[in-house]
Each structure stands twice: as C-alpha cells, then as structure tokens.
Write a protein that binds this ligand. Structure first.
Ligand code: ADP
Ligand code: MG
Length: 728
C-alpha cells in the first residue's frame, strides 16, 4: 500500500484544506493529496474530498458513502445568480431569490411562546423582510454577521396595494465571492441538505468531486443513440447537472438522465415481457362456453366493459403463450367477476386456479363470493389464510396438492414454502399494489408457467402504465355497473361534526349501514388501534346508543376481524368504526355512508379507495370528509375529492401534488431518484425510451453486441433479476 502513509494524514476536511487560496470558479486548485486508486466505489472518506467526520455526516444523514453516490446526488433546484430579482419586482406568491444588505434584525413578541424574527434586507429597489418562526438563534446569527450582503430564497408574500415584501421558508447564504466563487455569478446548484451541512460546503465538495472524478463514470448509452438523439455524453451530463454552464445545457443534461433512467427500466420490462412470451405455458381451448356458463349463474348482466375485458383475457388464455395481463378498474367497477370468469375457464379446461388477495379480510370475502357463485357449478373452492387453524390449513393444503380443490383463495400464505399445487394453470393477483414484482414471480413459480392475471384498484395515470407495468398487457374496465349513483362527497369542518353525525343517523334509521374511519395515527399501530377503540366507545355511548357499533383495527386478531366483517356484512352491525384496514376491496353494498375523520391526513389515492367502500349498491351514497386542513395541499386534496370521483383523474392529481419522487416508491423497479423528473412533462421522453428499448432488444436481445456491453452491465447492476432474463 504505497499510499498508506497518505491516508493516515487526515485533512480536517476537504474544504478547509484549501482555505485561503485566492481563485475563481474555473480554477479551484485540486487538493494536494495524491489518490490514484479512486474508483466510483471508493468511500468518500478515503479520498481527498473530505475528512472522516464530514464523510460520516454525509453517509449518515444523506446516505452518501462513495464517490459514485456523490456524483449522483443531484441538485434539487438551481439559482441563476448571474442576476438577481430586484426587490421592487417581487410578486406575491412566487418563490424568489433576492440579494441585499442586512439593515435590521428584530424579534417580534407573539401571544404564543413562538418567536418570530424579521430580518430586513435592502437592495437598490427596496426592502424585504425575511421571516423566521421559532428559531431562537437566528437573531444572534445575523447580529454576528453585521451589515453584510446576503442571498435569500423564499416564498414571497406582498399585501394588497404593493405593501411590504416578506419571505417565508427562507434559505439564505452570505455572498463572498472570494471565499465562495462558485456560489455567485453563475447558475448555482442547490442541493438537498440536512442539519450541519451548509450549501457552501456541499457545493465545494460537489465541485471537487465533479472536477476530480466525473471522468470515472463510464458511458453506458450506446454512441449511436447519443448521436442520433443529440444527447450529451455522461461526463458532460454530470458536469452540467451539477454546475450548468447555461440553462440550456442543464436541460439537456436533465433530459439525458431522464431518458437513460426510463430506457434502462424499459429494457428490463421489455426483456421480461419478451421472455414471458417465449415460455411455453398452458393453453385453455374451451373459453366461450365457460363464459356463457358463468353468465347464466350471475344475478346480474355483465357490463360492456366487463364483457370486453373477459374477451381479452379469453383470447390470451386460448394461446399457449403465458398470459401476463393487468386489469385496471376503478373501485366498484366489478373486477371480481372478471377474475371469476378466468378462474372458471382454467377449471373447465382441467387445471387448478388460485387467487391471492393482500389482506385476510379480502381473501375471506373473495372466498365467500366465489364459493357462493361456483358451488352450484360443482366447483370446489378452498380458503388458505394465515389465521386459519394449523389443522384446517394442513387439510386444505393437502386438498390443494391432491387436486381435489379447483380454486384456492388465499393471502400470501398461498405462495409460502410447502404449498404445492397439483396442476396450477392460472394465478390471479388481486389489488396488485400491495404485492411486489417478486411475489408475483413466486406465485408464478407454483406452476409451470401458469397464466397470470393481475388486478389493481389503484388506477395509475394512463400515461404511466408503461413505466410501472411495461412487462404486462393492460385491460381497463372503464365502466361502472348500471344504476350506480356517484357517491356525493362533502367536506365539513370539525365544528360541523354534530350535523354530520345526524346525517349518519338519518341513514341508519332507514336501515342503511355506515363506516366511520378514524384519524390516521402515523406513530404506531398500537396508538392507531387505541384511537379507533376510543372513537368506537364514544360513538356507542354518547352518539348512537340506539345502534349496534362494531370496531375494526390492525391490532385485532384475524379471526376477530373476520367475525366483525361477517357481522357487518350480515347487517348485524349498523356502524363500523375502522382504521384503513378496510381500505381495499371490502364490498358491503348496503353500506351507504362513510365518514372520514381528519380526512386531510390521508393521501388522495387512499381517500378514493376509502370512498370506494360505499356506492356499491343502487342507493345514493355519501362520503363526508371532516377536515380542517392546515396546508394548501390539504385544502387541494379536499377540493379534488369533492369535485371528482374518477379514479384516473384523482391519480393524476395525486401525482401532481406528491411529485414524482414519491411515485418512485416503486423502488422495486430500480428507479433512481431524479428530483427533476416531471412525470407529466416527461411523458414524451418515456415513450421515446420505450420505443428505443424495444428497438435495441429487437436488434440485440441479450445485449451481447460490443456496442451494448457497457449498457448490459449497467442494467444488470440496476436489477440483479434482469441478469437471469438476459443471460438465458
Ligand atoms: P371491485 O372492482 O372494486 O373489486 P367488485 O368486484 O367488488 O368491485 O364489485 C363491486 C360490486 O358490484 C359487487 O357487489 C358486485 O357484486 C357488483 N357487480 C359487479 N358487476 C356487476 C354488474 N355487471 N352489475 C351489477 N352489479 C355488479
Ligand atoms: Mg376488488
């Protein structure tokens, strides 16, 4: 280890190491430590970039450990500090960056114990006040600073008639073009930070990291693609994304990163799809008579959409190529019966079928439903769920393995080790969003390439289906059963609660049933359970002594939960107080009002699912949201809920409010967090990436050509699972 001695010499940190050297943005001297062995995987602490303690902070607080991590820690916004907005031109409601000299600092007393600090800064055009809430140290920090020039970013407010400018949510820095040349006179990156790291320090670190190590990042997109699409190479991209030379270059860099991310994901999904299509699966030749058989026993007519989707499934099932289909349908659109058609087709062709639900309540409900419909057809349905007695479980498992059971209904207990099927031909996965890709794969492995049908009640924006489900064919049930009246949704404030309860009473008196969803407690399931219990007791004793109240929460044993659901289904309970455990799938058509307490604490998708518990019969149903939202987002969510009941539209609004970062909670798909991706704006990039991925795999299915080797290893790195597909 020739450099061992060097490593032992610790710089205080990478920044102070260079202190005092005059320089400008383009000639920051390189740190003096020699480090020839650095790769992207080298820990930051082992480089000249930073000392141990700073490296530890980076790792702990920002999850940045290696040089590669640093290069991929992207700014979440930029400030164009080549010119600042004059204070006189600041407009109400905008997020702005201004520069000025500190002229006054003042603490304002408030009635509550909260301190409000106002710092006045002045430029040639006016004065603006930076407002800090409850920060006891800010005053002395500014006092120490003196009348210096600072840059401040924040949300501007300006009272009517051009009144004084105030900035809240302020981020600020001093301007010092000697000490911080990369912080002024250019487009400056602003990084996601945490306590204890300043923008200046982060920027300096990133500057050095990019300067010294960006060259290590190996280009993985094929040259031909870069040239044809006019995208910058990876080194240029990394430089420009961190320290843009122009706004246009920044945009090209962002586009390239977005494209690359989508392209790799699509390569994985498209490869998976090609692979699935090659596999020899099961053909189910008898379809149409089976569907007719089911129609005959149903108490209602299928909707046009259900008929069409069953047709699409039938076409898939006739083929030997394994079906891989996603059914998207809004809550209440009647997905279960579509699944039943597929299950029956499998059985009538001599195979077993399985349907897997995300919760025990739902598995039980499916079991009852399917059993009721199918028993007259001589079909054997069995339930397998975690809460059953060991004895019952063993018996059912044996019957499944022996082939006496035609249709197995269950939770993930179905895919556990030790469950064998006699002849599994079809696997249905309900409410897919609760299952990962891997679980889908595990169920698939229970048979020899069975057909797979995935059903989701969480509509995702149509434009995004490809991102998340690019390996599946998609059918959409875009019609509700006839006679459904849209749920009437009202937003009420807490003080109107008594009136809300009276509305509920009115419906209960008519023999309808109700749900009351208790406020979301994020801290723990125990506290959540307690909140639900207290609410139930309160309603039982003080509000509805004349009605029968039930309680459902996540801490109850499965058997207890099932019993409560059974009683509610049989209308032995009038009102069910519940946590979000009833969110998915629960179907009790006589329930026609749902009250959601503190509704603003729930996300849009969740509210829509909860609302979907009512409006499942032919009577007018109601959803009453009780909320006193404290944020603009909260208000927006309540508005959207009262304005639309279209799941797809809600999904799009949801995405707009939450931003795409959250959407990549689909981490299972290996997506990297790109703070600048705007899923709506970038849809064309997504489509182009998919087309290119299809073309690439068409030309080189295993990415084995020399031009694709770097791409292949990059993609393999992203998701290990893909290597199996590409190597086969
Ligand atoms: P989801 O799509 O939310 O899973 P379900 O399959 O639970 O919906 O169906 C919701 C309700 O609508 C059930 O009570 C079901 O019996 C009923 N239903 C489904 N299809 C029809 C139809 N074509 N006509 C009338 N009622 C239907
Ligand atoms: Mg359902």
């Amino acid at each position: 280890m020739p450099y061992a001695a060097e490593w032992n010499v610790k710089a205080q940190d990478g920044i102070r190491y260079n202190a005092g050297v005059a320089r400008n943005a383009t000639s920051i001297p390189k740190p003096r430590k020699v480090d020839t062995v650095v790769t992207l995987d080298t820990p930051i602490a082992r480089t000249t970039l930073s000392g141990d303690s700073f490296a530890a902070t980076l790792s702990k607080a920002l999850n940045l450990t290696t040089v590669g991590d640093l290069l991929h820690h992207f700014p979440h916004r930029y400030e164009d500090r080549s010119h600042f907005l004059p204070i006189a031109q600041v407009r109400h409601g905008e997020a702005v960056t201004i520069a000025g000299t500190v002229v006054n600092i003042e603490n304002q007393p408030t009635r509550s114990r909260l301190t409000i600090t106002k710092v006045a800064i002045r430029d040639e055009t006016g004065i603006a006040f930076l407002v800090f809430f409850g920060n006891r140290f800010i005053k002395s920090a500014f006092e120490k600073l003196g009348p210096r020039e600072i840059i401040a970013y924040g949300k501007a407010s300006r009272r009517m008639g051009g009144g004084r400018v105030e900035l809240t949510d302020v981020e600020w820095e001093t301007i010092d073009s000697d000490a911080d040349p990369i912080g002024v006179n250019r487009i400056v990156p602003i990084y996601p930070l945490t306590e204890g790291i300043s923008q200046q320090r982060m920027r300096r670190l990133m500057w050095n990291a990019v300067d010294l190590y960006a060259y290590l990042a190996e280009e993985f997109l094929p040259d031909e693609l870069l040239t044809r699409l006019g995208m910058p190479d990876l080194h240029t991209t990394l430089r420009e994304i961190h320290f843009p030379s122009t706004d246009q270059m920044r945009q090209s860099a962002q586009r390239r990163l977005t494209f690359a991310e989508f392209y790799c994901l699509q390569l994985i999904l498209v490869a998976r799809k090609r692979q699935a299509q090659k596999a020899a699966g099961v053909a189910f030749p008898i379809v149409d008579p089976v569907v007719a058989e089911l129609r005959d026993v149903l108490p209602y007519q299928l909707t046009g959409a259900q008929g069409r989707v069953i047709g699409e499934i039938g076409e898939d099932m006739k083929l030997r190529r394994p079906m891989n289909r996603l059914i998207q349908g809004d809550v209440g659109s009647g997905k279960t019966v579509v699944a039943m058609a597929a299950l029956l087709v499998a059985v009538r062709n001599g195979y077993q079928a399985a349907i897997m639900a995300p919760t025990e309540i739902l598995a039980e409900q499916h079991y009852l439903n399917i059993h009721r419909t199918m028993e007259d057809l001589g079909i054997h349905v069995a339930l397998l769920s975690g809460s059953m007695s060991e004895k019952a479980k063993t018996l059912n498992a044996q019957a499944i393995a022996g082939g006496e059971v035609h249709i197995a209904v269950g939770t993930h207990a179905l895919i556990q080790e030790g469950i064998e099927f006699h002849r599994l031909g079809l696997a249905v996965v309900d409410e897919q969003h609760r299952f990962g890709v891997l679980q889908r794969a595990a169920l698939r492995q229970k048979g020899t390439s069975p057909d797979v049908l995935v059903m989701t009640a969480t509509p995702i924006p149509r434009t995004l289906t490809l991102t998340v489900y690019g390996d599946l064919d998609v059918s959409i049930i875009d019609q509700l059963p006839p006679g459904r009246k849209p749920v009437r949704t009202h937003w009420k404030h807490g003080e109107e609660r008594a009136a809300v309860y009276e509305n509920v009473r009115g419906l209960l008196k008519q023999g309808r049933q109700a749900y009351v969803i208790c406020p979301l407690v994020l801290e723990s399931d125990k506290l959540q359970a307690r909140a639900a219990t207290e609410l139930a007791l309160h309603l039982e004793h003080h509000v509805y002594p004349e009605f029968r109240i039930g309680l459902l929460h996540g801490q109850m044993k499965s058997a207890e939960k099932e019993e409560v659901m059974q009683r509610f289904r049989k209308a032995e309970l009038d009102l069910l107080v519940s946590t979000t455990v009833i969110e998915v799938g629960v179907d009790v058509p006589n329930a026609s009002i749902i009250v959601i307490e503190d509704a603003d604490r729930f996300g849009l998708a969740q509210l829509h699912q909860l609302r979907g518990r009512v409006g499942r019969g032919d009577t007018q149903s109601y959803c009453l949201l009780i909320a006193d939202p404290k944020t603009d987002d909260g208000v927006a969510r309540m508005r959207i809920m009262t304005e639309t009941s279209d799941g797809f539209q809600i999904a799009e609004e949801d995405l707009k409010l939450r931003g795409p970062g959250d959407f990549y909670g689909t981490r299972q798909s290996g997506m990297q967090d790109l703070p600048f991706v705007d899923i709506f704006r970038d849809v064309p990039i997504l489509h182009s990436a998919r087309a290119e991925a299809i073309a690439t795999l068409e030309q080189d299915p295993k990415l084995a050509l020399p031009a694709h080797l770097a791409l292949r290893s990059h993609v393999q790195g992203r998701i290990k699972a893909v290597s199996a597909i590409l190597a086969s």
